[in-house]
Design a protein around this ligand. Structure first.
Ligand code: MSP
Length: 526
């Protein structure tokens, strides 16, 4: 079987319900998955939840659950519901508590151990039982050896942990990154890995990959007193989903792209490739680190009460508008701020007044003058700028989507929308309509064809981001719903890349006004 395009999101901690930051990386991955499907590729899109570890165990206790399992089972449906509302077309929702994942984690551990990269070492230090954490002697509060965090007395503790010999991979990682410039993206993140982590003397240390003080985790093979460290466990989700080690996992592995937030870059760009190398497996092809979103310039936090709930914003603005806004507003890979006035502004300026206006003006004129299109009849004087804008959109859009520069792709679409609205103003079809001679009517039909064709290109390009809106818009241009792209954006005929060519709107097309794609919104009611 041919290799499928394999895209992943981080698997999210289930210590709380999802917020807009989780939605952001998931929407980015969904748009890429839909884009690839729309171009005719077979795609496997993985997301899920990271359920083990101290943080989750603690949250379960605090929230009064009898077991961590009962707690995580109560949170997972919230993630699934958010992804339903946002139309996320994942192929698998993996949970690290899934049986196949536990088996993969154990098997992978054994292979790394057999290869000599796992070692049991004594670890001695000052331990705060309350916090379940070691502290350095120099940080203790004196007199009395008190915990620097909670002020309780710490105790001298000796813990035997398993260590992964990450240091053995430092030079190989450096060479690998140098030879694979696309591995870590965008460029700024790659520099971070090469510059900060791999260049620094102590930037790479052996990692403790087991915990003996924790019960909520996957047991270490051969030593059930310990559980596997939550990151060692979590990263392996990407391999579990491929069916590894069973024959056929290479239909998916290596992953084409792991989309992650910048704060977990080190785990994905250093620890993960080293783990894979230790087990004799290939590194992922690409790790893309997104930036961090803040709400109106402020970090989101429960105590500030400004955490954005993606379901709430979807209910208020429409889930497709939220998808559009997040990817349009913040360059994928950089930090950015979102706000209600921001989403409102983009909606009005770009969707309602931009594309919506273009399509409704074109359709109204077509209906009024009963225009039936002939096939594309070649360029006329006055078309130059519009045709150049269409060519440029096609080129910039495709390149940008390939490199996950969604903001650039959407800017290219907006440039074409602006060029098309300007074209309407300049060619003034309402004036052309007054000339009832056959030639006058032909010119009118030509101009309206150009308007509709520009609209078609924009809708096709928007389809991975706003699938339902694009489908509705294409229906106004005469394409029956579901005939261009399927529900998961799979190509029904020619792929999206081919459909961006100018002049494909067929002869016989009659535009219909229908209901507006983007009704004007009232000012937001708080
Ligand atoms: N469970 C780990 C990941 C394991 S992957 C093998 C984890 N989970 S998390 O719940 O904390 O989610 C992290 C991811 O959520 C980030 O990497 C990022 O993609 C996304 N975001 C969470 N908050 C965010 C913002 N405020 N802004 C943008 N994205 C952020 O780490």
């Amino acid at each position: 079987m041919a290799k499928k395009f394999f895209v992943t999101t981080p698997i999210y901690y289930v210590n709380d319900i999802p917020h807009v930051g989780h939605a952001y990386s998931t929407i980015g991955a969904d748009v890429l998955a839909r884009f690839k499907r729309a171009c005719g590729l077979e795609v496997f899109f993985l997301t899920g939840t990271d359920e083990h570890g101290q943080k989750v165990e603690k949250a379960a206790k605090e929230k009064g659950f009898d077991t961590p399992r009962a707690f995580v089972d109560s949170i997972v449906p919230h993630f699934k519901e958010a992804w339903r509302v946002l139309d996320i077309t994942y192929d698998r929702f993996i949970r690290t508590t899934d049986e196949d994942h536990k088996a993969v984690a154990a098997e992978f551990w054994k292979r790394v151990q057999a290869a000599g990269y796992i070692e049991k070492r004594g670890y001695e230090g000052w331990y705060c039982m309350y916090e379940e954490a070691f502290h350095l002697e120099k940080d203790l509060v004196q007199p009395g050896n008190l915990c620097p965090e909670c002020g309780r007395p710490v105790q001298r503790m000796k813990e035997e942990n398993y260590f992964f010999k990450l240091t053995a991979f430092k030079d190989r990682l450096k060479a690998f990154l140098a030879a694979n410039p696309d591995l870590v993206q965008p460029e700024s993140r790659r520099n971070e890995v090469l510059g900060s982590y791999l260049a620094a003397e102590d930037g790479v240390q052996d990692v403790s990959i087991s915990r003996s003080t924790l019960k909520w985790g996957i047991p270490v093979p051969g030593d059930p007193q310990q559980v596997i460290y939550v990151w060692f466990d979590a990263l392996l989700n990407y391999l579990t989903a491929t069916g590894w080690p069973a024959v056929g996992y290479k239909d998916l592995w290596p992953a084409d792209v792991h989309i992650i937030g910048k704060e977990i870059l080190r785990f994905h760009a250093v620890l993960w490739p080293a783990m894979l190398e230790a087990a004799g497996e290939q590194a992922p092809k690409r790790v893309f680190g997104t930036g961090w979103i803040v709400n109106d310039g402020k970090k989101m936090s429960k105590s500030l009460g400004n955490v954005v709930d993606p379901i709430d914003w979807s209910n208020r603005y429409g889930s497709e508008v939220l998808r559009y806004y997040l990817l349009r507003e913040i360059p994928f890979g950089l930090d950015g701020s979102i706000s209600e006035s921001g989403i409102e502004g983009r909606y009005n300026a770009e969707l309602a007044n931009g594309l919506g206006n273009l399509l409704s003006r074109g359709a109204a004129l077509c209906e009024k003058n009963q225009v039936v299109f002939t096939a594309w009849d070649g360029p006329q004087d006055g078309d130059g700028e519009l045709l150049a804008a269409a060519r440029s959109m096609q080129r910039v859009y495709l390149l940008s989507m390939e490199s996950l520069a969604f903001h650039d792709a959407l800017e290219a679409v907006n440039e074409l929308i602006r060029a098309a609205n300007k074209y309407v103003d300049e060619r003034a079809p309402w004036t052309l309509a007054k000339d009832k001679s056959p030639e006058g009517q032909r010119t009118l039909a030509h101009v309206l064809y150009c308007v509709a064709e520009a609209g078609r290109l924009c809708l096709v390009a928007l389809a991975p981001v706003m699938p339902k809106t694009a489908d509705k818009g294409l229906a106004l241009l005469g394409y029956p719903s579901g005939s261009v792209f399927g529900e998961r954006s799979e190509a029904k005929g020619a792929g999206l890349d081919k459909l961006l060519a100018w002049g494909l709107l067929p002869a016989g097309t009659q535009l219909t006004k229908g209901e507006g794609l983007f009704p004007r919104r009232e000012a937001v009611k708080a």
